[in-house]
Every structure is written in structure tokens, then in C-alpha cells.
Design a protein around this ligand. Structure first.
Ligand code: FE2
Length: 160
């Protein structure tokens, strides 16, 4: 893919990072949608609806990342195969886990993306020439922090 080429101005380097984020967003979107279909248990109605809100939000996030790549005049990953080969998040499994494990898996995946975003925005060399992308990534980070807080709040824990 052309986005792996490097240029002195760092633009393509940033595109490679954005495509890495895109692939992870795609994986998390797919997993959230799949859990929305397959969740069972006494909290079915509320969790089914909650997960729908989350996958819709992730679709918007994905769209924003891909369009940012276009704004930088490059190409976002556009095939499932490409997404699969660039994603770091573990793919879902055929056998659906229980509701509690689903929420935990999603929360961990959000944290993975948060760490990925933090790594990019704290890379001065990458961001100083592109504050527009930096700003977008920071806003994505906040969205993921909110989404993972909501997931965490659904997980039942004793004593806290
Ligand atoms: Fe649905």
C-alpha cells in the first residue's frame, strides 16, 4: 500500500498511523455489532440497545478517520482483507461469550485504541506539522474514553 511510503514531511507516516487506527476501529465496530446480535441474559434489552448506540458511534468514528486520510490526499484501507491484516485488536470468536465477558472484551479493546491514539498524539515529530489531524485524534480519544467508561459502568463489581 502506498501509505507505507515515508516522506520527509511526515504526512505519509501519519497516514500509516491513521490506517492502523482505522483497522482497529473496524475490528471493534464489527465486534460490537456482533455482540449486539448475540448478547443474552436478563439484561438483554438494555445491553442490546446500549451496544447499538456504541456501534453507531464507532461507525461515525471510522468514517471520520477514513475521511481524514482522504483530506491528507491518501487512501484509507478499503478492503476487509486490508483491515484484517492491519488490525491489532483480536478478532471476535464464533462462539458468543457471556454478557459480562462481552463488556469486558469491548472495554479492553477501547483501551487498546486509547493507547494507540495517545502514542500518536504524543509523538511531537508526527503532530507538529499536522495540528488538524492531532486535534481530530484527541477528540477521538475523548470519545473512546467516554465509551469505555460506559462499558465499565455496566460491569458489575463488588465493593466499589
Ligand atoms: Fe440491530
Amino acid at each position: 500500500m502506498s501509505s507505507h511510503k515515508k516522506q520527509h514531511d511526515g504526512t505519509l507516516d501519519m497516514v500509516t498511523c491513521l490506517n492502523g487506527v482505522l483497522a482497529n476501529e473496524y475490528a471493534l465496530f464489527t465486534k460490537t455489532l456482533n455482540y449486539h446480535w448475540n448478547i443474552t441474559g436478563p439484561r438483554f434489552h438494555s445491553l442490546h440497545t446500549f451496544l447499538e448506540g456504541q456501534y453507531r458511534e464507532l461507525l461515525e468514528v471510522m468514517d471520520e478517520v477514513a475521511e481524514r486520510v482522504r483530506i491528507l490526499d491518501e487512501r484509507p484501507i478499503s478492503t476487509i482483507k486490508g483491515m484484517y491484516s492491519h488490525m491489532e485488536i483480536k478478532d471476535g470468536q464464533e462462539k458468543a461469550p457471556n454478557a459480562e465477558t462481552m463488556l469486558q472484551n469491548l472495554m479492553e479493546d477501547h483501551v487498546t485504541i486509547q493507547n494507540q491514539l495517545k502514542e500518536i498524539v504524543t509523538d511531537k515529530a508526527k503532530c507538529e506539522t499536522d495540528p488538524g489531524t492531532e486535534d481530530m485524534l484527541i477528540s477521538l480519544l475523548r470519545k473512546h474514553e467516554t465509551m469505555s467508561w460506559k462499558l465499565r459502568s455496566h460491569i458489575v463489581k463488588d465493593g466499589k
